[in-house]
Design a protein around this ligand. Structure first.
Ligand SMILES: C[S@@+](CC[C@H](N)C(=O)[O-])C[C@H]1O[C@@H](n2cnc3c(N)ncnc32)[C@H](O)[C@@H]1O
Length: 468
């Protein structure tokens, strides 16, 4: 009888430098995360972030920040009313009717990729006492839906509050247009892209990602962290920056302004060509700015980027698109020089307003009903909390900076968004991915090998994937 063919596990078991590993499944093949001897220390870095906080504060100077929580509250309340109305107009829960989540998803004609959003609506409406759930059967009943006038009044109040905070009118227009299209959006008979970019126009997205109070704060705080790196290099050579998911360039603009005349080699990237054109229109003349396609879900090296080639990697409102956050972070870390800086902007708080708007852009692609393979798997959520990001950065080999704004800051509660940063640790005991690839290639045929190998400091256990 012939011996069974070796598998990845057998090869790794023979490599003393590999203490822990995880095989992360992916559409283009598996990724192997390998960890060596656990790194000592708590992974946090007592770096001064006061300048970044001051830059954020200066960017919102003159805005009545005390009005922000009320606007956020109105957006969330209007979103709740919109969800309840969609369910009611589909005649669900009328006359004592009860339904489980699958029945509601089906009654709304929801495509599988958006089913998670309807499940979130149901959970949220229960939490907000607008719907009841039977604890035994799990079935939902007794919906409290708003009448037409109540809903119309909420929409008007929202727009007034928006004016008071100097938000562009496009902000409420987008939010309300999305709410009006919810039944069609859930059925994929309308797309939110067309609402956010009407006729290919980027003005609405700019209002969201550049001009809104939370965006101004986080973009300028993030920009100051990047500018500080340029000062550290003190002009000895251009600062090398890779921006992932640069989109309409809302964060790019703040960063380039903060960099001023400092020499820079800035790679403006996005997964979509549409945004590379937007980047050319917005920043075409800036010396040192290049543009390229880049997907955070694919191997950076296979996309033409070199290991240890960047001083800064920046990703604003992008990395939650990674199917596996830890894997994406490990891949980005390999692009950074030792001590290089990763700067993320992320929404870290769940706002109901997203459930009737932005979340429609965050479902898996058509034809897929599962998306994330990391700690979010099966949880019907997109965003990680600040603590979760910190743990992911630490495990991927970053010394984390304090998440901004820090607790106690006037915007800490209402902002929702956070600036999350870390420095690439040299990683003592970190296995060499090239040596692992070579050992796997010696023992296994190509179709039994992972397509990517990334070294991490620690493997974070998830319910998915094979691991030691
Ligand atoms: C919310 S927008 C980001 C806003 C952007 N930072 C700005 O200032 O305009 C998300 C961006 O991430 C991009 N994106 C989505 N999935 C991505 C992926 N897998 N890899 C890289 N970029 C991605 C989108 O095309 C979009 O431009």
């Amino acid at each position: 009888m012939s011996a069974p063919a070796p598998v990845v596990t057998d090869v790794l078991a023979g490599l003393p430098q590999v203490r822990d590993w995880q095989l992360v499944p992916g559409a283009e093949g598996d990724t192997l995360l390998v960890a060596g001897t656990p790194a000592a220390g708590d992974g946090s870095c007592p770096e001064d972030t006061a300048d970044a906080v001051s830059a954020g504060d200066a960017a919102v100077k003159g805005t009545d920040l005390t009005a922000l929580p009320a606007l956020m509250g109105l957006l969330d309340e209007t979103a709740l009313l919109a969800m309840a109305r969609v369910l009611d107009r589909a005649r669900l829960f009328r006359d004592g009717g009860t339904h489980d989540a699958a029945e509601v998803v089906a009654a709304l004609g929801t495509v599988p990729r958006h089913a998670w959003i309807v499940r979130r609506w149901l959970r949220t409406l229960v939490e907000e006492n607008r719907l009841r759930q039977d604890p035994g059967s799990g079935r939902y009943h007794s919906l409290t839906a708003p009448g037409r006038q109540t809903y119309a009044a909420a929409r008007r109040t929202l727009d007034k509050a928006r004016e008071g905070l100097d938000y562009p009118p496009s902000m409420t227009r987008f939010f309300l247009a999305a709410a009006d299209r919810l039944p069609l959006l859930l059925q994929d008979r309308a797309g939110l892209q067309e609402v956010l970019f009407p006729d290919g126009e980027t003005t609405t997205a700019e209002g969201n990602y550049r001009d809104s109070t939370p965006s101004r704060w986080v973009n300028h705080a993030a920009a100051e962290l990047v500018a500080r790196e340029a000062r550290r290099l003190s002009g000895s050579r251009p600062l090398r920056v890779l921006e992932a998911g640069a989109g309409v360039g809302a964060t790019t603009g703040a960063v380039l302004d903060a960099l001023g005349d400092a020499p820079v080699d800035y790679l403006f990237t996005d997964v979509s060509r549409f945004f590379l054109r937007a980047g050319r229109d917005a920043f075409g003349e800036r010396p040192g700015l290049r543009r390229a396609l880049f997907d955070v879900n694919a191997d950076p090296v296979a996309q033409g980027l070199l290991p240890a080639s960047q001083d800064v990697v920046l990703a604003a409102n992008v990395l939650h698109n990674a199917r596996h956050a830890g894997q994406a972070l490990a891949a980005l870390r390999e692009l950074l020089v030792p001590g290089g800086l990763l700067v993320l902007v992320e929404s870290c708080q769940e706002h109901y307003q997203a459930l009737t708007s932005m979340y429609l852009l965050m479902s898996p692609p058509a034809g897929e009903d599962a998306w994330f393979t990391d700690l979010r798997k099966g949880q019907d959520r997109v965003f990680l909390t600040g603590d979760e990001w910190t743990r992911q950065l630490d495990a991927a080999g970053f010394r984390t900076l304090p998440v901004l704004p820090v607790p106690g800051h006037p915007l800490a509660v209402s902002l929702g968004q956070r600036v999350i940063a870390g420095r690439a640790r040299p990683g003592p005991g970190r296995p060499d991915p090239a040596a692992i690839r070579s050992a796997l290639a010696d023992a296994l045929p190509p179709n039994s090998r992972p397509v990517r190998v990334h070294a991490v400091d620690r493997v974070i256990r998830t319910t998915t994937g094979e691991s030691r």
